[in-house]
Structure formats: structure tokens, C-alpha cells
Write a protein that binds this ligand. Structure first.
Ligand code: MGD
Ligand code: MGD
Ligand code: SF4
Ligand code: MO
Length: 747
């Protein structure tokens, strides 16, 4: 283990959410962990296979597999890991149930019914690949590269994505991890400190940790949560800003019960207070800061009182937070957040977080933001193919960029609008690979219209999900436990003085079953059929990983002999780079037509009778992708709606009541769920876990379980600087026994 955190304590932290869940669920998730075979015995299986890298979520903990005969029977953290160590979370543990899920896609399928209402016919790979190659080629020839689009997510989607982008030449690629998740964070920090921040805060050494909306314990990334717990064990004070009493709020010293959407005002008031009272790190700001005067002038109206009124919190609490940060600077972890696509005003909030970190001098210091220096590995990719100016059009790269701070790819909404209007160009071919845009992207009906108008939709997945119902051809991929791909790299900068780096290539722990194929096979075969045979960079996934390892001077054999993970000495993570700068004021942002200093843009309040819909993670599921997992379904089969207990009493609602929801545009939830009444949420919002309520009847466990939050997010909000989505701008009422209940929010 990388540090002294006992297994029991880790399990406690992984089920921290029990604090914030209703008792019934708390018991369910606790017992599911206690009953896990992990607890009962240390020895399992006849053989241990090394080299696994989890992808039940995208943190990619390193695994070993225990086998009995041909069957993988248990997953564990790799004892060689300096990242997650021997720990994995509930979802990682349940990977076995994904591997052997009887509902998994097994053969290539052709939709002989309608998109959205499919009738599946089993076909051969030959036929499936021929059809994909022919149809994609037709679109490419008729409409140019810009006639194609892709919705990818996950490590296996990288290889086909690069084929689409580089060889076919389309810019219409929208990754969920950028446009619905963390892209705004990355470009806002890039525009402030020249680097994307990751979640790289040195929490074990922090004196104060501040989380805005981050709720560790419900949001679970094993090594990250260990660093957080280590920080708390070491005595860090915890400030949690959240409208809801989250698992982190339950551990906090200061819980800022903020009005949703107003975080930027809160941050500006803290910065103003620090500047006026000269409580910022003057030495750091003199040396590394640029534009403090502009910042000071631009935020001077943000007094504690003004922010208190805007955020609906006491002025004294904002002062308390500012004082706590100042007294402990520079050893403070201002967490950059991860899922930051909130209100469509998010670029400015993320800039404010980076600027506050700068005012506190908390870059490259113990406890502050410390990027960590991981090792280099290769990135085999497809050759760039020039199809001529007419064929590689990019609607976000016109003379004036529409979204100058867009993360890589093209904003989802631009792609959808182009597909629906044909302007600036038609989009007629769609590849979906490891993403479920029906449940991931706001505006479900819009997404369905986009898919309906395509000439061809191809989908590569491991499970039948809501989006796979829209495919013409549906291809079954091997899972992360059955393939070579992604090399997980990282460092151990935050625990020890002898800094280490690690390299962990994903190797299969089990043999592929049925007719499932991997990403390299599928992409190469389609490329061949589209006439790009000569450009194929590798002939197998194993060769791809081998070549990428070469850059680090390693081979798969060697890493396997080393237990699946290669470690080597690292570099001092606290060394400040020479050209480091914090741009409190950024002239380029202003030239592009946006505020050059962090600026608060209010979000629309709920209309009378409605309340705001908030959503987030639960410890035992990953978005929608684990809903059919039988172990995880047992741990949390539905997503109760959190509603303030006083409001509930006024509305005649009790804990456990069955309800549906309807939103401001008249969209109703297809399914129902239960009510959780609690003082742990403000009156101007309700909360539910994201990812539930799957509609695909082929999911024998997950279909119709709970309510799909995305089906209620129909008002589409886009962040002006980045083009990424905001999703917390929708409002709902509850429906009980067929009766729509007004929400007395002003009560
Ligand atoms: N309303 C709302 N929307 C959100 C969020 C939210 O909290 N609320 N969260 C946002 C965030 S932070 C993110 S990162 C995105 C996530 O968005 P997505 O990545 O779209 O998440 P999932 O819904 O899990 O869909 C993933 C799809 O990949 C498939 N899959 C799993 N493993 C593999 C594999 O190995 N190969 C292939 N080919 N497919 C595989 C799954 O079966 C599933 O169909 O959603 C965003 N959207
Ligand atoms: N178990 C589990 N862990 C995961 C994932 C998973 O699917 N399952 N997904 C991973 C991924 S890809 C991501 S991006 C992260 C996402 O994890 P986080 O970045 O933590 O994001 P969410 O889960 O969307 O967080 C929602 C939190 O924000 C609060 N909130 C809502 N509105 C506001 C507001 O206006 N202001 C403030 N301050 N808070 C607000 C909500 O009450 C809730 O506590 O989790 C990662 N970890
Ligand atoms: S945090 Fe859990 S689900 Fe995510 S990679 Fe690690 S073990 Fe797997
Ligand atoms: Mo995410």
C-alpha cells in the first residue's frame, strides 16, 4: 500500500455516502461491501493474472485477476500499484459481472426495424463490416469528411477516433469527457496558468481542502479518494461548497450551503476580501501574477454582503472561508473540480478557481496544486490525410472561432444543429463508440432527431443501451478485461519524498467470448473497406501497446514479468517551471469578446411552482453504464429524489412515496422513483443520481429502474466561451398518483 490507510478505513470512506443516503440504501450498500468475497478470504482462484487496468470508470485503477480454470472469478487491486494499491471500489469489483453479463452484446447485429424501435438480425462480421465500410464511404464521398460525426468516450474509442479525425478528416467529434464533463475546466486553466489542471491537488499535504460541488465518497476514484482521506487524517480542514449535504459535506468543517449557480459570486467575494485586506500572497503574485490591478478593479463591487445576498449564505461564512484560506496559504488545495458542466456560465467560475489559487500562492507548493510529472509513453496514431479544403470543413474554426475556448473536438450543440439544419454543412454519417448520447447529452428528443436524419448510424458497445437502439449496425466490442489498450501512467508525487512514476499497459485478464472483437480489428477492417488500407498503423491492439511502450524503453513481456506495472524514479513535482504565470486578467479572452477577468453571470431562477433539478454520482454506479450490473443494481436499484423535508411536509409527501417528475417544457419522466425527504438539501433544488431509468428492454436488470435525469433536461444551455453544455438549468415538479404537485419554493 502506498500509505498507511487500513482496508477497513478505506471501505468506510468508499461508503461515506451512507452518511447522506437513506438508511435502507445505506444498509444495502454497506452489506453489499461486507458480503463481498473480498472480505471473506484472502486466497481466491488457482491462478493470478496481472496487467489488468479497470475501466468501470475512467480512473483506471490497476488490477490483477484471480482465475479458476478459464473463468475469471475475482478482481483485486494490483499489489504492485503505487496508485490504487490493493484497493478497488464497488464498481471495480463488480467488473466480473459486466464480463459475464448474459445481456452483453455477443454478435454483430443489423437493425431491420426502425431506428429507436429496432428489430435485430444477427449477421456475420463480414457483412457488418462491409455495410459499415460502404455506408461510411458513401457519406464521405457525397458530403466530404464534414458529413461524418462521432460521439466517442473511453480508451477503446481513441484508435477509431483518430482514424475519423486524422485519416477521414472530420472535425465533428464530440467527446463526453470534454463537452459534458471537464473540458471547460481544462481550457479555463489553460487560459489562466497555461496548463490543464487534472485533479492534481496535493491533498495529503494540505492544511485546507476546498471542494466546489465535488463530493468525494459518492464520486469515487480510488487513489484520489485515498489522497483526500490522507489529507483529512493529517488534519486538513475541509470546506465544502454544495447546496446539498453530500458525503463530503458530512465530513466538512465548513459547509457552505450555497444557492445553486452562484459559486462565481462566492469566489469573487473571497478574492476581493483577500485583496482589500492584503491577505493574499503578495510575494507570489508579484513574481508570477499578471493583471492583479484589473482583477482588483473589476471585482471591487463583490463585497461579502453582496455575495451573501446573491449566494443566500451568511456574509460571516464567506469571511470565515477567506480567513481560513489566507491563514493556511499557500498549503491549500483549491480543487479544480471534474464534472464542471453546470449552468453555462462555467468557464468564468473555473477561471475564478484558478485565480484564487494564484492569490493564495498555492501552485507548486506542498498542499497546493501540483501537477505531478508522469512518464512518457508513445501514442501510435493514424496518418493525417488531406482530402482538400472543401472536404475538411470545421465550423468552429471559421475566421472567427465560434467558441474560442472550446476543448478538443467540436461542441456537441454545433454538431447537432448542423445535422438538423444542414448548415454550414449536412452531417449524415454517425459513429457512436463507448458513449450513450441519449442519456449523456441534454435534449433527448433533439438527439433522436439528429440520429433519425442520418443516412447511416453505427454503434460499437459492450451492452445494449438506450443509444444502441438507434444503430443501423451494432457491433459487439470486447470489454476492458479482454483487450489490450490504454497505458495508464502516473506518479506518486503526493505521498513520499522518493517520487516514483508508473507505467501500466492494459493487458487482457480473460479470453474474449462469443464473436466480440477489439477496437483495432474493427477500425482496421472498416478502414480497409473505405480504401485506407495503406494508412493502417498497426495490425493488432497488442502491437499498438507494444509500440507505445517502446517509447518508454519497455516491452509487454518485461512489464508482465514486473507484475503488470513498471515503476521508475520520478521527478521533483514541486519544482516551479521557469515560465509559470497566473493571468488574473487575460487580454486574449477580452479580445475574443468575453470578460478578461473572472466575471459572474447569473443563471435563471426556477419559475413559480418549480424547483431546480440537480444530479450527481452515487458510489456504486458509473453513469448509465453499470445499471445492468447485477451486484451494483442490488446495492442501489433506483435513484431516490432528494427533497427538502419542510417542503415535502407542505406538499404532503413522505419518505418512500412513489413519484414521477415533469419539467418546465412539459416533459415527463417515463418511469417513477421514490422520495427521500431530508433537511440536507435546499428548498430551491431537488437532487437525484444520474444514469438511471434505461429504456432498452434488452437490459433485463437495469431497464426501467429509477428515473432518467437526462429525460428532464430539455432546456439546452451552452457555455459561451467553450460551447460545452450546462445541465443544471432545468426545473421540475413532482407528480404523485397522477397529480402534478406545485413546489412551494418561496415557502
Ligand atoms: N444529466 C447528466 N448528464 C451527464 C452527466 C450527469 O451527471 N448528468 N455526467 C456527464 C459526465 S461527467 C460524463 S463523463 C458523461 C459520461 O457519458 P458516457 O460515457 O456516455 O456514459 P454512459 O452513459 O455510461 O455511456 C457509456 C456507453 O459506453 C458503453 N461502454 C462501456 N464500456 C465499453 C467498452 O469497453 N467499449 C465500448 N465500445 N463501449 C463501452 C456503455 O455500455 C454505454 O453505452 O456524461 C455526462 N452527462
Ligand atoms: N461512483 C462514481 N464516481 C465517479 C463517477 C461515477 O459515475 N460514479 N464518474 C466520474 C466522473 S467522469 C466525473 S466527471 C466525476 C463527477 O463528480 P463531481 O465532479 O463530484 O460531479 P457530480 O457528481 O456531477 O457532482 C454533483 C455535486 O455538485 C453539487 N451541486 C449541484 N449544483 C451545485 C452548485 O450550483 N454549486 C455547487 N457548489 N455544487 C453544486 C451536487 O449537490 C452534487 O453534490 O465523478 C467521477 N467519479
Ligand atoms: S475507481 Fe473503481 S471503477 Fe474507477 S477505475 Fe478504480 S476500481 Fe475501477
Ligand atoms: Mo465526467
Amino acid at each position: 500500500m502506498a500509505f498507511n490507510l487500513t482496508r477497513r478505513k478505506f471501505l468506510q470512506s468508499a461508503s461515506l455516502a451512507a452518511v447522506a443516503l437513506p438508511l435502507s440504501e445505506a444498509i444495502a450498500s454497506e452489506t453489499s461491501i461486507q458480503r463481498s468475497p473480498l472480505e471473506s478470504t484472502g486466497s481466491f482462484g488457482d491462478e493470478t493474472v496481472v496487467g489488468g487496468v479497470c475501466e468501470m470508470c475512467f480512473w483506471r485503477c490497476q488490477l490483477v485477476g484471480k482465475k479458476r480454470g478459464d473463468r475469471l472469478i475475482k478482481l483485486e487491486g494490483n499489489p504492485k500499484s503505487i496508485d490504487n494499491g490493493t484497493s478497488i471500489c464497488a464498481r471495480g469489483n463488480a467488473g466480473i459481472k459486466l464480463l459475464y453479463d448474459p445481456d452483453r452484446l455477443k454478435y454483430p447485429l443489423k437493425n431491420v426495424g426502425e431506428r429507436g424501435n429496432p428489430k435485430w438480425k444477427r449477421i456475420s462480421w463480414q457483412e457488418a463490416l462491409d455495410e459499415c465500410g460502404t455506408k461510411l464511404k458513401q457519406v464521405h464521398e457525397k458530403y466530404g469528411a464534414q458529413g461524418l460525426c462521432m460521439f466517442p468516450h473511453g480508451s477503446s474509442a481513441k484508435y477509431p477516433m483518430h482514424f475519423m479525425e486524422r485519416t477521414l478528416g472530420t472535425h465533428n467529434v464530440s467527446e463526453a469527457s470534454f463537452y459534458q464533463c471537464r473540458g471547460i475546466r481544462d481550457t479555463a486553466y489553460l487560459a489562466t496558468i497555461g496548463k490543464a489542471p487534472g485533479e492534481n491537488v496535493d491533498m495529503p499535504n494540505a492544511k485546507v481542502i476546498m471542494l466546489l460541488g465535488g463530493h468525494f465518497g459518492e464520486n469515487v476514484h480510488v487513489s484520489h479518494i485515498k489522497r483526500y482521506i490522507k489529507g483529512l487524517e493529517n488534519g486538513a480542514k475541509l470546506i465544502v461548497v454544495d447546496p446539498r449535504f453530500s458525503a463530503s459535506a458530512a465530513k466538512s468543517d465548513v459547509w457552505v450551503r450555497i444557492k445553486p449557480g452562484t459559486d462565481t459570486a462566492f469566489l469573487l467575494a473571497i478574492m476581493n476580501y483577500l485583496i482589500i485586506n492584503k491577505k493574499y500572497d503578495e510575494e507570489f503574485v508579484d513574481e508570477y501574477g499578471d493583471g492583479l490591478e484589473e482583477l482588483q478593479a473589476g471585482i471591487k463591487q463583490w463585497t461579502l454582503e453582496k455575495a451573501a445576498a446573491e449566494c443566500d449564505i451568511p456574509a460571516a461564512q464567506i469571511k470565515e472561508v477567506a480567513e481560513l484560506l489566507a491563514a493556511n496559504s499557500p498549503n491549500v488545495s483549491i480543487h479544480p473540480g471534474r464534472h464542471v458542466s453546470w449552468y453555462g456560465n462555467d468557464f468564468q467560475r473555473q477561471r475564478a478557481l484558478a485565480c484564487l489559487t494564484g492569490l493564495l500562492g498555492a501552485f507548486y507548493v506542498k498542499g497546493g496544486w501540483v501537477p505531478g510529472k508522469g512518464p512518457k509513453v508513445g501514442a501510435i496514431s493514424w496518418a493525417k490525410h488531406d482530402h482538400g479544403d472543401e472536404h475538411n470543413l470545421n465550423m468552429n474554426e471559421d475566421e472567427e472561432r465560434l467558441y474560442p475556448y472550446a476543448p478538443p473536438g467540436t461542441p456537441t450543440e454545433l454538431i447537432r444543429d448542423a445535422a438538423l439544419t444542414g448548415k454550414p454543412y449536412p452531417i449524415k454519417g454517425c459513429v457512436i463508440w463507448g458513449q450513450n448520447p441519449i442519456q449523456t447529452i441534454p435534449g433527448q428528443d433533439k438527439m433522436k432527431e439528429v440520429l433519425k436524419q442520418m443516412d447511416f448510424v453505427m454503434c460499437v458497445d459492450v451492452m445494449p443501451t438506450d443509444v444502441t437502439m438507434w444503430a443501423d449496425i451494432l457491433l459487439p466490442e470486447v470489454s476492458y478485461l479482454e483487450r489490450y489498450d490504454y497505458i495508464k501512467t502516473g506518479t506518486q508525487w503526493d505521498f513520499a519524498d522518493n517520487h516514483l512514476q508508473f507505467i501500466a499497459p492494459r493487458m487482457p485478464l480473460a479470453e474474449p467470448m462469443f464473436e466480440r472483437k477489439d477496437q483495432v480489428y474493427i477500425t482496421n477492417e472498416i478502414a480497409r473497406r473505405m480504401g485506407f488500407e495503406k494508412e493502417i498503423p498497426v495490425s493488432s491492439a497488442m502491437e499498438m501497446v507494444e509500440k507505445n511502450l517502446e517509447v518508454a524503453g519497455l516491452t509487454l513481456d518485461q512489464v508482465r514479468k514486473e507484475g503488470g506495472i513498471h515503476t521508475r524514479p520520478g521527478k521533483d513535482p514541486y519544482a516551479m517551471p521557469e515560465d509559470f504565470e497566473v493571468l488574473f486578467y487575460n487580454e486574449d479572452i477580452e479580445d475574443a469578446g468575453f470578460p478578461g477577468i473572472p466575471t459572474y453571470k447569473p443563471t435563471e431562477p426556477p419559475p413559480a411552482g418549480y424547483t431546480r433539478l440537480l444530479y450527481g454520482r452515487v458510489p456504486v454506479h458509473t453513469f448509465n453504464r453499470t445499471q445492468n450490473n447485477v451486484w451494483l443494481n442490488r446495492a442501489m436499484p433506483e435513484n431516490p429524489v432528494w427533497i427538502n423535508d419542510e417542503l415535502a411536509a407542505k406538499m404532503g409527501l413522505s419518505d418512500g412515496d412513489t413519484v414521477g417528475l415533469v419539467n418546465q417544457d412539459g416533459f415527463s419522466s417515463r418511469t417513477t422513483t421514490t422520495v427521500k425527504t431530508t433537511p440536507g438539501i435546499r428548498k430551491d433544488a431537488i437532487y437525484m443520481a444520474h444514469g438511471y431509468g434505461s429504456a432498452n428492454p434488452l437490459l433485463t436488470v437495469g431497464a426501467d429502474a429509477g428515473v432518467d435525469d437526462q429525460s428532464l433536461i430539455t432546456k439546452i444551455t451552452v457555455d459561451e466561451e467553450t460551447g460545452a453544455h450546462g445541465m443544471r438549468t432545468n426545473f421540475v415538479k413532482l407528480v404523485k398518483d397522477g397529480k402534478v404537485l406545485d413546489i412551494p419554493t418561496s415557502a
